[in-house]
Ligand binder design. Sequence first.
Ligand code: PMP
Length: 285
Amino acid sequence: YDDRDGKIWMDGEMVDWRGANVHILTHALHYASSVFEGERCYNGKIFKSTEHSERLRKSGELLDMPLPWSVEEINAAKEAVLAANGLTDAYVRALAWRGAGEDMGVASKRNPIRLAVACWAWGNYYGDAKLKGAKLDIAKWKRPSPETIPHAAKAAGLYMICTMSKHAAEAKGCSDAMMFDYRGYVAEATGANIFFVKDGEVYTPIPDAILNGITRQTVIGMLRERGVTVNEVRIEPGDLEGYQQCFLTGTAAEITPVGQIGEYSFEVGALVQQVAADYETLVRA
Ligand code: PMP
């Protein structure tokens, strides 16, 4: 991703893609002092742009690194970088981090808080799994307790176990991994939230140890508007057997049906297909 033409917005300037570099003593590289957003632009409009900018600022606050940019400024940076790259349908990645500076220890208050926004064309996150139903591994790593790390932050530090889980899943021929939380309840996939369907009702984990995704919240609203009952519950491993359909939600994943989790199989049924169609209509509206 580093060697290509294009522009990236960095700290208020539009820089050449290949020149969008940081110093090796960047605090974030050493101590994971970094937060980010993943967004999608459809037909020239970023879906829930303000909600994503607000979450980025909130993630920064949760990591004790308040962003020196307002929601409006972040929104404008995203628009500017899309325009500079001539893209109307793209993935948008905003990243805020502690830079290099006076501090090289764990404390970093004297180092600048930096912001960059990049964008690129990104198709289906799960490739053809989106049609057939993704195959998920069960991760050995657990989502940590909220007393261990602020789970509501979209913070780089939370993704180390996601990368390891996804690598292990891919080595087994799976598209992704479902993770349990620290208590052993079903949590989420490595970059998406998870939903199940049983007898026409929808079940999804209570967001008390997971990222409460913007897509997750959108889908819950859409389903309730359609009159579908959505239950936010604790899901135990033994519950998986009783569910008939399963799907993932996320900005990159959009709505992806799941066909298999470990030994459990799910059908790509009418409700999942309806949710996917409704979401597609909504984001392109
Ligand atoms: N959980 C995790 C761990 C994620 O990385 C993502 C992607 N941001 C999600 C859930 C879904 O969040 P959203 O719908 O806001 O993209």
